[in-house]
Design a protein around this ligand. Structure first.
Ligand SMILES: [Fe+2]
Length: 361
């Protein structure tokens, strides 16, 4: 099997001139969990609200009008399955249904209904393209706190006392995946869903390590990244991120989750690429969930940035990224995947893995 030559600094994920469709939003995440009760406990403490339940399925929402943003199926083994992307129209679903391995257009049975096409990306993650979903009334959430900022006081004879409750999640913001087949997977999302690399982080020899990709919404602003893909030794979930109203909500989230005994992963800090104020927590299966606020927004015209990857490139301030944050869970299955992917994937070399392990391990 031929392997690609060493990547040059120019061989980076790039926007596609004519993608199959342009996704318009990140609709939901799909997980399998052996215990829906534990999942509900963590996610409620984290700030999501149950919107619908079946015997073996649980749906949670934020305060936005989306009918759900988190779907859990009961299963023997905990697993991240994939995610949903909204598209603009039925014609887009039709175009996607013609891709290799895609389903026909199906009626979506989940809350909000609509139609969907199911696809599988080159790393094995399920992608549900959906359109025609019905929105539901928004839930109330607290207003941003009025801040006394230097020479611009806004609060006189009044105190700052945000409620000691889980922060109200407004919406699902992004999902980050690790993959062995970095180039093919990035190309699939840029080529079929119109994702634009906002920033790419590269290893010292120039090969890409992380691509932060945003939606192409034309002149409308889009989150710095809705999907990020990192070079790993196997396909696995890294984390998902949920927007809250302000930095005090991020801080209150930390207090509440700590008091309720959940496991902290990293934060609070402010990212560099994306600029979000962040805090990461682990669910009962060790999967990371991020609270964030104040992320960057870009229109389609902004060019891709290129940066060197390192732990110091992850945050402007705050707790340094703990070594445990990116440490893979090693077991027989993951060791087998490591060996198989080293032999098979054109993007994976021992040298690259050693560089990443030295940097982050
Ligand atoms: Fe994130």
């Amino acid at each position: 099997m031929s392997r690609r030559p060493t990547l040059l600094a120019t061989d980076q994920p790039a926007r596609h001139p004519c993608p199959t469709v342009k996704a318009t939003g990140l609709a939901h995440l799909i997980f399998e969990r052996p215990d829906l009760g534990s999942a509900e406990q963590f996610l409620s403490d984290f700030g999501l609200t149950v919107s619908h339940r079946e015997k073996d399925e649980l749906y949670l929402r934020g305060t936005s009008v989306a009918p759900y943003c988190y779907r859990i199926h009961r299963a023997k083994r905990a697993r991240f399955v994939g995610f949903g992307l909204t598209v603009a129209c039925r014609d887009d679903l039709l175009r996607l249904s013609r891709l290799p391995g895609a389903s026909a257009i199906e009626t979506a049975s989940a809350p909000g209904g609509g139609e969907r096409v199911r696809l599988v990306d080159p790393s094995g993650f399920v992608v549900e393209a959906i359109c025609g979903q019905t929105v539901i009334p928004a839930l109330p959430h607290r207003a941003p706190l009025p801040l006394n900022q230097g020479d611009q006081p806004r609060r006189i004879n009044a105190t700052q006392r945000p409620p000691v409750t889980p922060p109200e999640i407004i919406r699902l913001g992004h999902v980050v995946l690790e993959v062995a087949d970095f180039q093919d997977t990035c190309a699939w999302y840029t080529g079929h869903f119109g994702f634009i690399p906002s920033d790419v982080q590269v290893l010292p020899e120039g090969s890409p390590a992380v691509a932060f990709m945003r939606l192409d919404l034309g002149d409308a602003p889009a989150d710095h990244h809705t999907l990020a893909i990192a070079q790993g030794f196997m396909a696995t979930y890294s984390h998902s991120a949920f927007e809250v109203i302000d930095a005090d909500a991020v801080g209150m989230g930390q207090r509440v989750l700590r008091e309720r005994g959940w496991k902290h992963a990293w934060g609070i800090g402010r990212h560099i690429l994306g600029s979000q104020v962040f805090d990461y927590w682990q669910d009962p299966w060790g999967d990371k969930h991020e609270h964030y606020c104040d992320g960057d927004l870009f229109t389609a015209s902004s060019p891709t940035g290129l940066h060197t990857v390192s732990p110091d490139a992850m945050a402007q301030w705050g707790q340094r990224m703990p070594r445990t944050f990116t440490r893979p869970r090693l077991n027989l299955a993951s060791l087998w995947a490591l060996l198989r992917n080293l032999a098979r994937s054109p993007d994976l070399t021992l040298r690259k893995l050693i560089t990443l392990a030295r940097m982050f391990g």
